[in-house]
Design a protein around this ligand. Structure first.
Ligand code: MOS
Length: 772
């Protein structure tokens, strides 16, 4: 049943880390051999379809399933009346915490309706079509109440939360006295920014296939960014030990944050499989994808800055108001990036939430940093124009030499090089400083730029390496490949760490039976998993070194372990490389078929040592205990051409330069930055989900009506990385690039639109009506 990808399309290259290796799973993907989570043809499989609520607030008065149950092939219809009981639900704070649920409410546990699109029944039938037909025949009558659609509704209860994101971020931050600093600042500016609701819409929708092998043992093929996180959630929901819940995700067709948590459809499908005693598969429809796995919340940011006449920041005050669900205090933490991007002596931020009849919003690519950077980076541009300073120059005048939010030194920061190289590649110096003054025929041409930053988050994980005497290796970690290249880059890391060609490595991931890896989220996977693989290889070498120095037949007999080094699979004396032997010779002599090692990848660990980089600190650095502030930085440069008659904006040139530690694969890294930049251009110019103010229903909840950029909307993009060595972040010196690729993008576009037109649009997306 396992779906281990067949490998490899690569040729052996010495020193493969960093090389633009083709994807090791690429061939399987284009051949249709890569099996995604909804593609397991389990014997006896039946199909689940959700029926969802049309109303956004009220109660279910009755559900009539009699007609639907008469349809041929219908196996079972689950509602709140007959859902098998769960050990825990997220409906109370303790349950929510134990489950790690993204939402403090599980549908189908009562008759209460809190949001439109909330599941009210799960229909199981022998075919998908029959389940769909039966769903249409289920009659639900509601006692509807008038819903609240957004924080902008006058009836919405607005409040200042002490904490946001389940306590993970502060609702109020204060550094110095920003109000006093503002009062005496020569330049004061206040701007209001709004951001539309965005939905993730991965190419592969959310799906769950659940099979109970025994009354207390279940396997779930899930479309998730983290098998372990899903396993932990389900084990709490079901009251089963973790090892009796297996979660498998071999391939993922994108996630962007919506697959970072275990959402209701997953546990409902698991319970449906239990109820019918057969494996059940449920795939969210495109429409259901809009009300099943979160979204980026609708939000307003008010940013006030105080500055000197030379453009030096003196005060920053940030306020954000956004919509949240009836239960959770969730908001993207926008203020974090505003607090650290520039050297500013004072800072203050507040969050305000408005409860509405919506599901809880969730992480969406660069959560917080993406919309936060829109506010600060547009305001910096504003300040530059107001003072007649070049937008790039004003950023250099406010360059943060250490992290202003914590006072810590940066573990590394290459932002100056990013600015310089980006400006050079783009031709920034050719920019006419006057807005609205550059034309290409009848089109207005604008240049804009913005800074990007994203933290290296605390994370750890484990990997296992099994090195065989015949010169191949199997390397395992329960990680995820979102489609971004985990299979490929970990193969490269293992190849170099073991001194083998990449086609001698098989990297396995996506199964809770494998050593635990973090979610592919928050840009932690590349750094943490690569460091685990590297450390596991070191463990193998340590074992083999011990063997060699005890083996009278080894050239290294009685050598000291610290005098031995490993070079491309050869154990040898550091001072005399000719004295040594190949690992294969050593293992064959000992009659060993294989040797196994495990290793941990840790946040805040020293480069290639894996030891905490702050020796005075605790063994496990946490973000607050770490000695350094760890961040990636980058810069985007954008050219737009705007049609003054139609108001259409076309991005015509794009340059991104990032410093993100060690880059594991030049090709997949470039693709990541291109993907994130396109994601950001979508948010800047097109993406918006409209929630009807009366019914609190999405009016364009379909991929056809939710506009995203297509190839014709995107120019060739220039992407470069600064060669950056960071000794403090993790054993591989990898910072991660999945999220930073989107940060600053919408501001770069908006700033280019201003330069082209002289019109400052602070309301995303920048659609033609806002330009005319
Ligand atoms: Mo990322 S928004 O944590 O997938």
């Amino acid at each position: 049943m396992e779906n281990e990808p067949a490998f490899f399309e690569t040729s052996p290259t010495p020193g493969v880390v960093g090389q633009p290796l083709n994807r090791v799973d690429g061939r399987d993907k284009v051949m249709g051999k890569a099996k995604y989570s909804a593609e397991y043809p389990l014997p006896g499989l039946v199909y689940g379809v959700l029926k969802t609520s049309d109303i956004a607030k009220g109660r279910i008065q009755s559900i009539d399933t009699s007609l639907a149950l008469k349809e041929p092939g219908v196996v079972q219809i689950l509602t709140h009346l007959n859902l098998p009981k769960l050990a825990k639900t997220p409906n109370d704070p303790e349950g929510k915490k134990a489950i790690g649920a993204p939402m403090g409410f599980l549908p189908m546990t009562s008759d209460v309706i809190h949001y439109a699109g909330q599941p009210v029944a799960l229909i199981v039938a022998d075919t998908f079509e029959r389940a769909t037909q039966a769903a249409a025949l289920v009659r639900v009558s509601y006692a509807a109440e008038a819903p609240i659609a957004a924080y902008t509704d006058k009836r919405a209860e607005l409040f200042n939360p002490e904490k946001i994101q389940d306590g993970k971020a502060d609702g109020y931050t204060r550094r110095g006295d920003a109000r006093a600093a503002l009062a005496s600042a020569p330049i004061k500016m206040t701007a209001v920014y709004t951001h539309a609701i965005n939905h993730h819409n991965p190419m592969e929708p959310g799906s769950t296939t659940a099979i109970w092998e025994a009354p207390d043992r279940v396997t779930v093929y899930e479309s998730t960014q983290g098998v372990t996180r899903t396993q932990k959630s389900l084990s709490a929901y079901l009251g089963l030990p973790q090892d009796q819940v297996r979660v498998i995700t071999k391939f993922l067709g994108g996630g962007f944050g919506c697959k970072g948590s275990c959402w209701p459809h997953t546990v409902l499908t698991v319970q449906a499989a239990k109820a019918v005693g057969r494996p059940v598969k449920l795939v969210l429809s495109r429409k259901q994808q809009f009300t099943s796995m979160g979204h980026r919340e609708d939000q307003t940011q008010t940013l006030t800055l105080g500055a000197s006449k030379e453009g030096k920041l003196l005060a920053l005050i940030h306020e954000k108001t956004s919509t949240t669900s009836p239960w959770d205090n969730y908001a993207e933490a926008n203020s974090k990036i505003i607090n650290l991007l520039y050297d500013c002596p004072t800072f203050e931020s507040h969050y305000q939430l408005g409860r509405a009849n919506v599901m809880t919003s969730t992480f969406t690519r660069a959560p917080g940093e993406a919309p936060g950077s829109f506010a600060i980076e547009c305001s910096m541009d504003d300040l530059a124009y107001q003072l007649g300073i070049d937008p790039l120059e004003i950023r250099l005048r406010n360059y943060a030499e250490k992290d202003p939010s914590t006072g810590q030194p940066w573990s590394s920061k290459s932002l100056r090089q990013c600015y310089a190289r980006g400006a050079e590649l783009f031709g920034w110096s050719k920019r006419n400083p006057k807005a609205g003054a550059t034309r290409n025929g009848r089109l207005l041409v604008g240049y804009g730029m913005a800074t990007a930053s994203y933290p290296v988050h605390n994370s750890q994980g484990t990997a296992r390496v099994r090195l065989y005497a015949d010169g191949h290796a199997v390397v395992q970690a329960g990680a995820t490949d979102l489609g971004t290249g985990t299979y490929t880059v970990m193969t490269q890391v293992a190849a170099d760490s073991l001194g083998l060609a990449p086609d001698k490595i098989r990297f396995e991931l996506g199964d809770t039976k494998l050593p635990t890896a973090p979610n592919s989220g928050g840009s932690v996977a590349a750094g943490t998993v690569s460091s685990s693989v590297y450390m596991a290889a070191q463990d193998v070498w340590e074992r083999l070194t011990k063997m060699a120095i005890k083996d009278p037949k080894s050239p290294l007999f009685q050598a000291k372990a610290e005098d031995v080094a490993v070079e491309k699979g050869r154990l040898q004396l550091k001072k005399n490389a000719s004295k040594g032997e190949d690992f294969m010779a050593l293992m064959k002599r000992a009659g060993l078929d294989d040797v196994e090692g495990t290793g941990q990848g840790k946040y805040g660990a020293g480069y290639e040592t894996g030891r905490p980089s702050n020796p005075a600190g605790p063994q496990n650095n946490t973000e607050s205990e770490a000695k350094h502030s760890m961040h990636s930085f980058g810069a985007h440069f954008c050219e737009v051409q705007v049609d003054p008659d139609l108001g259409t904006v076309r991005v015509t040139r794009w340059v991104s330069v990032h410093g993100a530690g060690r880059i594991l694969n030049a090709k997949t890294a470039r693709s990541q930055i291109i993907g994130g930049s396109i994601f950001g251009i979508g948010a800047a110019l097109m993406e918006a989900t409209a929630r009807d103010p009366h019914y609190a229903r999405y009016t364009n909840a379909d991929l056809g009506d939710y506009h995203i950029p297509v190839n014709a909307d995107i120019p060739d993009m220039t992407v470069e990385f600064i060669d950056e060595h960071d000794p403090y972040i993790n054993a591989m010196g990898v910072k991660g690039i999945g999220e930073i690729s989107m940060v600053g993008v919408s501001a770069a576009v908006a700033n280019a639109v201003f330069h082209a037109t002289g019109k400052r649009v602070r309301d995303l997306p920048i659609t033609p009506d806002k330009i005319l």
